[in-house]
Write a protein that binds this ligand. Structure first.
Ligand SMILES: Nc1ncnc2c1ncn2[C@@H]1O[C@H](COP(=O)(O)OP(=O)(O)O)[C@@H](O)[C@H]1O
Ligand SMILES: [Mg+2]
Length: 382
């Protein structure tokens, strides 16, 4: 009988996971919010519904050998319902919680002696100010849960901004965490694929270039000293073990003044690992599937000395990507991945990866290809 993997969420991560499952003969069933979601468009077995609705989750999970996630915004009641039904959840809800709750994550990582930025739970504006008195302005304030792509992260410059943010957050029932504003030399990331018994493989440390909280580019291997890359890999491995997560674990790190701090963890395939589809022996998506099925993991070696990935981000206007695609494909090394999504400003619509010998060269080519596709996304239809 076909092995059936269920994935909660029908976005681009589910779409690329589906793609990775085809050669292995897997069927991917997804719980999507909308029939037009990325994974729904390619003929994945789709159940429409919300992960916050336990009956929808039960309908979706029926007949799945294992259930995994393309995002972490899942109500605990739904997870409990599936757990009670005996559904195999990978990662387990306890591991998923690290990705769902930034306060839980900071507290656990700090208690384990991992290097994390100074942080504190805050409710009132005065508490943000008290934190600033110790750590200086600006203060980075984050929603404890529900944020992604920088939504839910605010750089607060002074007391009045802090008061305003705290007031708005209280009005919306959003819990806040204050953090010291770290001076970033670079942001790094590491992906780990881990099986239920603890066997794991680690991908090379990469640099993730972020603007306004959104990943724009990923460079592999990270252009940092070997000792820094080794430390990143070691921290990632420790975090995979500490969280006891199964599947892909992506660890976002800050490099500041030569030192590494842990930013956050995602317990699923991650934008920082998209380069692995074209740049590594086994992609993060295939290794996610192998890990959640408790199958042997594939090699994570880089296939080229330099790999660059650039995201195609939506601009202010609507898209006609097919008109520029031939120009993009004129670069024979440009590996294009489009997600079939309706363009919206800042939305991740696709990515391009280029592998080669020289990082500056592949980076420039990936940027150019992504910019062409993004410009297309900005063409006016008037
Ligand atoms: N304490 C901090 N100091 C400086 N920059 C930060 C800090 N926390 C987050 N950032 C910036 O904001 C981005 C998004 O923050 P993150 O906590 O990863 O939220 P998200 O869940 O949206 O990815 C980070 O990648 C980084 O660029
Ligand atoms: Mg992040």
């Amino acid at each position: 009988m076909t092995v059936r993997v269920g994935m909660v969420g029908g976005g681009q991560l589910a779409r690329m996971t589906y793609q990775a499952g085809i050669p292995l003969g897997l069927t991917l069933r997804v719980l999507a919010a909308d029939a037009e979601d990325s994974a729904g468009l390619i003929g994945a077995d789709v159940e429409l519904g919300s992960p916050d609705d336990p009956p929808a989750m039960r309908r979706f999970a029926a007949g799945c050998d294992v259930v995994t996630f393309d995002h972490e915004l899942v109500a605990p009641a739904s997870l409990t319902a599936l757990n009670d039904d005996g559904v195999v959840l990978r990662p387990h809800p306890e591991a998923l919680r690290y990705a769902q709750d930034k306060r839980h994550q900071r507290e656990r990582f700090a208690a384990a002696g991992l290097p994390v930025p100074a942080h504190r739970s805050v409710v009132a504006g005065a508490e943000i100010e008290a934190f600033a008195a110790e750590h200086g302005w600006p203060v980075v304030v984050k929603a404890v849960s529900g944020g992604y792509d920088g939504r839910g992260v605010w750089v607060v410059g002074d007391q009045s901004q802090g008061e305003r943010l705290a007031g708005e957050a209280a009005g919306h029932g959003v819990e806040l965490l204050a953090e010291e504003h770290v001076t970033l030399d670079a942001e790094l990331a590491v992906q780990i694929a881990r099986r239920p018994g603890g066997e794991l493989v680690v991908y090379p440390a990469v640099e993730s270039v972020q603007t306004d909280g959104i990943c724009h580019e990923v460079l592999a291997p990270a252009p940092v000293p070997a000792a820094t890359a080794a430390e990143a890999v070691e921290l990632g491995t420790r975090i995979a073990e500490l969280t006891d997560a199964v599947g892909i674990i992506a660890v976002e790190l800050f490099l500041s003044d030569g030192k590494i701090l842990v930013n956050e963890v995602a317990t699923r395939p991650h934008n920082s690992g998209h380069y692995s589809i074209d740049g590594c022996t086994t992609s993060q998506f295939e290794n996610h599937l192998r890990a959640v099925l408790d199958w042997p993991l594939g090699a994570t070696d880089l296939l080229a000395p330099a790999v660059a990935m650039a995201n195609v981000l939506g601009g202010p206007q609507s898209v006609e990507q097919r008109d520029v695609l031939p120009r993009v494909l004129a670069d024979p090394d440009a590996r294009v991945h489009l997600y079939g999504k309706e363009p919206r400003p800042g939305r991740k619509l696709g990515h391009v990866t280029v592998c080669g010998d020289d990082l500056d060269d592949v980076r420039a080519r990936a940027q150019r290809a992504a910019a062409l596709l993004a410009e297309a996304a900005q063409e006016v239809h008037a």
